[in-house]
Design a protein around this ligand. Structure first.
Ligand code: NAD
Length: 273
């Protein structure tokens, strides 16, 4: 039986990059609420000879995950599950909109969606006696705060807690669970945010990051693939930050003037001259 991976949010951005990476090694079930982007990725990967199957569904509903699990079990042996679908809409706590898209929807997709994904993944692993692996997509926002991001940060903190629970409860049966906490990744979601907030915001993100650039989604996918693989056979319960050193830095950002000159960078912020 072939190995099968489920990737939620596989129609765009980080989820799409993860699906693309995993499709070279296994059958992939792509789950997304957007039928058009799902069909695009399915077409692209299928025409490259990969075995991918799209499932249109809302991750906040348990039925979606049950459907993804059933499809995965029909195609082979479910060994990997990535909960990536997620979103945010910022709003200040002191003037919070009376609109479910700002609270209930974010909680339902990011937090409840990841919960049901983990539940179906481990249920399948146990039924098939499979030593499977789960990766949940967290964020630097699980560990550090930013204005107007309270709801998003609650959901990402919850994802890290859920990941520890899965790792601890199912570790005795060889099942592993980890989270990946990206920094700023250039995806359609971030592009939309930057269009709204202006180019200064992009520069601020680059300056704050020691590597002085945003991530490409493929750089997150590489780490997810590693965590799912046997190369990470003794890694479980972790939330691994993939953020260009952002969380390690006090954020002063000034450079050694001689090195800045040698590498043709501005000494005050490390960006190219
Ligand atoms: N881009 C970043 O800088 C960044 C940083 C840290 C964490 N993340 C996390 O990475 C994940 C992916 O983000 P992205 O930037 O690639 O976003 P994106 O908007 O490019 O992709 C998200 C995908 O999820 C799908 N989706 C949204 N709601 C859904 C639902 N209810 N059911 C099923 N699918 C749904 C969308 O249709 C889309 O295809 C999210 O969990 C996000 O919080 C992103």
């Amino acid at each position: 039986m072939s190995d099968v991976a489920v990737v939620t949010g596989g129609g765009s951005g980080i989820g799409r990059a993860i699906a693309t990476k995993l499709a070279s090694e296994s059958i992939v079930i792509l789950v997304d609420i957007n039928p058009k982007s799902l069909a695009d990725v399915e077409k692209e990967l299928s025409s490259a000879g990969q075995k991918v199957f799209g499932l249109v569904g809302d991750v906040s509903l348990r039925e979606t995950h049950k459907g993804a699990r059933a499809l995965a079990e029909e195609k082979g042996t479910l060994t990997s599950w990535v909960n990536c679908a997620g979103l945010t809409h910022g709003a200040p706590l002191h003037d919070f909109p009376n609109d479910p898209t700002f609270l209930d929807e974010i909680m339902a997709i990011n937090q409840v969606g990841t919960f049901w994904g983990c539940a179906e993944a481990v249920a399948s692993f146990i039924t098939g006696k499979v030593k499977g692996s789960v990766v949940n997509i967290s964020s630097v926002h699980a560990r550090r705060a930013a204005r107007d991001h309270a709801v998003y940060e609650m959901t990402k903190g919850a994802i890290d807690a859920l990941t520890r629970n899965v790792a601890s409860t199912y570790g005795p049966y060889g099942i592993r669970a980890n989270a990946v906490a990206p920094g700023a990744v250039m995806t359609p979601a971030l592009k939309e945010f930057l269009v709204k907030h202006g180019s200064k915001h992009r520069e601020a993100l680059e300056v704050l990051t020691p590597l002085k650039r945003l991530a490409d989604p493929s750089e997150i996918a590489e780490v997810v693939s590693f965590l799912l693989s046997s190369k990470a056979s003794y890694v479980s319960g972790q939330s691994l930050a993939v953020e260009g050193g952002w969380l390690a830095s006090l954020g002063f950002g000034d450079l050694d003037p001689d090195l800045a000159k040698k590498y043709e960078l501005k000494s005050e912020n490390g960006l190219p001259l």
